[in-house]
Design a protein around this ligand. Structure first.
Ligand code: AR6
Length: 204
């Protein structure tokens, strides 16, 4: 039986190095939050959907977003002709209280090549944040990308998500992104974010 290699990288390659915790910063800390909620209820500028490459809907959070947005969402998604794994596309939000939906395609977790999964997951967060900035979205809420049916262990996905967001916010000198919310739904994700958030956003 194949056994997943345990993750030893506490600070992923997206930050300066495995042994250097990032410096504390109040202005960065003020721009991140964790919230246990149904993402379809949030009136932020953009919510990020954990979609698949077809962008035509599915189960999990994708299904919930499409149900809440109404049938016009899939109509617009059809015009996009899919999306690569690790990339993102943006649509209107229709009946949702947010303004835009960013559809990102997370990797199916590959326990034989966790570095590849990490690169792709990092691409999801980075491309979503880039799209948000390009579309004037200043507040953005992420669902747990790949941590459901795509099988990415929450305790491995959380540090990648958080490190990628931290790096993006550090480089966003004009503070075009005001707030990033990590939305959790299940206890395992709550636990993972509570473990890793203080490491990447240490209190000042
Ligand atoms: N609000 C917030 N988070 C939710 C909600 C919700 N309403 N529902 C589920 N989650 P998943 P994936 C969390 O499986 O692993 C779809 O069929 C859930 O607890 O939705 O990226 C797509 O079409 C988990 O942490 O997405 C793809 O085919 C997180 O959302 C495939 O699943 C993601 O779980 C994508 O799989």
């Amino acid at each position: 039986k194949l056994v997943a290699k345990p993750s030893t990288t506490r600070f992923p390659a997206t930050l300066s190095g495995p042994s250097s915790p990032p410096p504390a910063s109040k202005s960065l800390n003020d721009r991140v939050a964790v919230l246990r909620a149904d993402i379809t209820t949030l009136a932020v500028d953009a919510i990020v959907n954990a979609a698949n490459r077809s962008l035509l809907g599915g189960g999990g959070v994708d299904g919930a977003i499409h149900r809440a947005a109404g049938p016009q969402l899939v109509q617009e998604c059809r015009t996009l002709r899919g999306c690569e794994t690790g990339s993102s596309k943006i649509t209107s939000a229709y009946r949702l209280p947010c303004k835009k939906v960013i559809h990102t395609v997370g990797p199916v977790y590959d326990m034989l090549d966790p570095e590849k999964s990490e690169r792709l997951l990092e691409g999801c967060y980075k491309s979503s944040l880039q799209l948000a900035v390009e579309n004037g979205c200043r507040t953005i809420a992420f669902s747990g990308i790949s941590t459901g049916v795509y099988g990415y262990p929450s305790e491995e996905a959380a540090p990648i998500a958080i490190a990628t967001v931290r790096k993006f916010l550090e480089e966003d000198k004009e503070e075009k992104i005001k707030l990033v919310v990590f939305v959790t739904f299940e206890q395992k994700d709550v636990d993972a974010y509570n473990t890793y958030l203080p490491m990447f956003f240490p209190s000042v």
